[in-house]
Design a protein around this ligand. Structure first.
Ligand SMILES: Nc1ncnc2c1ncn2[C@@H]1O[C@H](COP(=O)(O)OP(=O)(O)OP(=O)(O)O)[C@@H](O)[C@H]1O
Ligand SMILES: [Mg+2]
Length: 412
């Protein structure tokens, strides 16, 4: 096994706790992004499993199997080499000769499957993204003597079930280990500084400082006049750094909501993101109407910006997606629809680092960004207020266009 560059002082301290038998029934590695939680949690999980019974069952879970693979399974293969192998289709892994089941916490069937299990150990990746019912079920299955659970998470709302019912619960047999960005001594100083500049408001508190903080007030509070530019300034900027790609995001209107398109451009090296044009229609007269509006919008935009070659549409309306596909000569694809908070965080990072611009003609989009507020009625869900007073539709369209390019836009 190779633990190549050794451990950070914080990670050594935590590893020492394992050796001294200080781990509890529930062990939560929480704190800032990139702080080294996942890395040490995997090592601890591996060592603990290797020292536990061979004939018992173990489980690893992530929000989805895809994120579990990316965040944990692949890095574990690197760390443990041949002592760890997995098969995502069989949903099974082998860790030091122990059988480990792999599950997605987002899947209702997984919860049913858990029902019949007796587990010795469990590992949870990004625990705040799990439902409380999945977690309660998991705890009830950890019924072997000395059974333990290990989990990583970033902080969230202080009213989140994990904080309220577990971390703040004095009676829980629980160890919480807090990590700060600075604890990861392997990150270049410049990278840390860049990260600190990219996060704003509640996300700064949670992801950089590692604090459980309530989301209140304006969502995009870093958005200001700096982010709004005239078409002339846009053209000047694009002469210096050309658009390499542009896409249209589409949100279909329903009862009470509007149909919105956002044409979004990305310049060389994905340095900056521009909202080039928008379409907004609250009336939703007919599907035909919308299809021809889309076809005209795409045609006009393609003439102005030949970089346009794909549209990402709300996947909830497959008939409309099909009609849209027939109506234009660019590719029409389903939007990914990442979780709201992931999308909000992406846009906020672009704003905070001065990489996001909206052309001043896009009044609806500007207004939507300026007026978006957190929904205080659902604090634990971190929802965006959606009661008709603010324009969610333009934001959805914009985010469908941006979310596809997370990997190109951000280093992680
Ligand atoms: N001891 C170590 N040796 C080598 N690389 C490390 C070590 N600890 C952490 N890293 C690297 O630092 C980066 C961040 O670490 P890690 O993924 O554990 O952070 P995290 O706290 O889980 O972050 P996030 O909240 O973003 O998931 C990773 O690329 C990881 O491989
Ligand atoms: Mg992690």
């Amino acid at each position: 096994m190779k633990i190549d560059s050794g451990l950070s002082p914080k990670q050594k301290e935590v590893f020492g706790m394992l050796k001294k038998g200080k781990m509890q029934r529930i062990n939560i590695f929480e704190g800032s992004v990139r702080s080294g939680k996942t890395y040490i949690s995997m090592i601890i999980w591996g060592f603990w499993v290797a020292g536990s019974s061979k004939n018992k069952a173990y489980l690893m879970a992530g929000k989805t199997l895809r994120t579990l693979k990316r965040n944990v399974l692949d890095p574990m293969s690197e760390i443990f080499g041949s002592a760890f192998s997995y098969n995502i289709y069989k949903k099974e892994a082998d860790l030091f000769g122990r059988r480990v089941y792999l599950e997605s916490a987002a899947n209702a069937d997984s919860e049913n499957k858990l029902r019949g299990m007796t587990l010795m150990g469990a590992y949870c990746d990004e625990l705040t993204l799990f439902s409380e019912s999945f977690f309660t079920m998991l705890l009830s299955r950890l019924s072997e003597r000395g059974a333990k659970l290990f989990a990583t998470t970033n902080p969230d709302d202080p009213d989140h079930w994990l904080k309220r019912n577990y971390l703040d619960n004095k009676k829980a047999d629980l160890l919480s280990i807090k990590f700060k960005l600075e604890d990861n001594v392997f990150l270049p100083k410049e990278y840390i500084r860049q990260l600190q500049n990219e996060f704003h408001g509640v996300f700064y508190d949670r992801f950089i400082l590692g604090k459980w903080t309530k989301a209140e007030g304006r969502i995009y509070d870093g958005f200001s006049a700096k982010n709004i530019i005239g078409r002339k300034e846009l053209n000047e900027r694009l002469e210096k750094k050309k658009l390499i790609l542009s896409v249209v995001g589409v949100d279909y209107g329903g009862s009470g909501s509007a149909s919105a398109f956002a044409h979004v451009g990305f310049d060389e090296e994905f340095s900056n993101v521009y909202v080039l044009s928008e379409y907004y229609d609250k009336e939703n007269r007919s599907a035909e109407n919308l299809i021809s509006a889309f076809s005209e919008f795409v045609q006009r935009e393609k003439e102005r910006y030949p970089t346009l070659n794909i549209a990402y549409c709300d996947s909830a309306e497959q008939l409309l997606v099909k009609s849209f596909r027939r109506a234009v000569r660019i590719e029409v694809s389903n939007a990914k629809k990442r979780p709201i908070n992931t999308r909000i965080n992406m846009l906020n990072r672009l704003i905070a680092s001065g990489r996001f611009y909206v052309v001043s003609e896009c009044r609806r989009t500007i207004n939507a960004i300026e007026s978006a507020v957190w929904d205080e009625h659902y604090p634990a869900l971190n929802k965006r207020l959606d009661n008709g007073t603010s324009n969610i539709d333009s934001l959805d369209a914009l985010e469908y266009a941006i979310e596809r390019f997370e990997n190109q836009l951000f280093k992680f």
